[in-house]
Design a protein around this ligand. Structure first.
Ligand code: NI
Length: 162
């Protein structure tokens, strides 16, 4: 099982590097990520969260199935935004409403080295945008307004002390 880095670990604020080669070791790492994500009942997981500062993440949404995104690029986000509650395996126990685009177009490679385009809305769009942020060292609390972020961090600190 891969260990999940929690907020405060420097890897979560780094910009991840491009995956140079999609080979068997990448495919096997992605398989390990899926296993860890399922064990933690997550909807998505990014490589930096499990100690590898490289541009890849996974998502698994009911009705869509498991997907890996390697070297993803967000090519379009809708001007329409929605507010949805988010959590993160790296900030366990904290859930906050976050405003993000409703619709997204993404290009990426899968774990078999095949390039694909995907249009997503709803929960899948939300997970893609959240996980993509991880590749740029951004956590969902960073998407809150400053006062809300401060309150969220205080709440999380309190949870840690219990
Ligand atoms: Ni997260």
């Amino acid at each position: 099982m891969l260990e999940i880095a929690t907020m405060g670990n420097g890897i979560l604020t780094q910009k991840a590097l491009r995956v140079e080669k999609i080979d068997a070791s990448v495919a096997s790492f992605i398989a390990d990520m899926f296993e860890s994500m399922r064990a933690h009942r997550g909807l998505g997981l990014a490589a930096p969260q499990v100690g590898r500062s490289e541009r890849m993440f996974i998502a698994s949404i009911d009705g869509d199935g498991p997907r890996a995104f390697i070297n993803p690029e967000i090519v379009f986000t809708s001007p329409e935004e929605v507010v949805l509650e988010e959590g993160c395996l790296s900030i366990p126990g904290l859930y906050k409403k976050v405003r993000r685009p409703e619709f997204v177009k993404v290009q990426a490679w899968n774990e078999r080295g095949r390039r694909f385009n995907l249009e997503a809305e709803g929960l899948l769009a939300r997970v893609i945008l959240h996980e993509f942020d991880h590749l740029n060292g951004i956590l969902f609390v960073d998407r809150l307004l400053p006062a809300a972020k401060r309150r969220a961090l205080e709440e999380y600190e309190k949870k840690l002390r219990i």
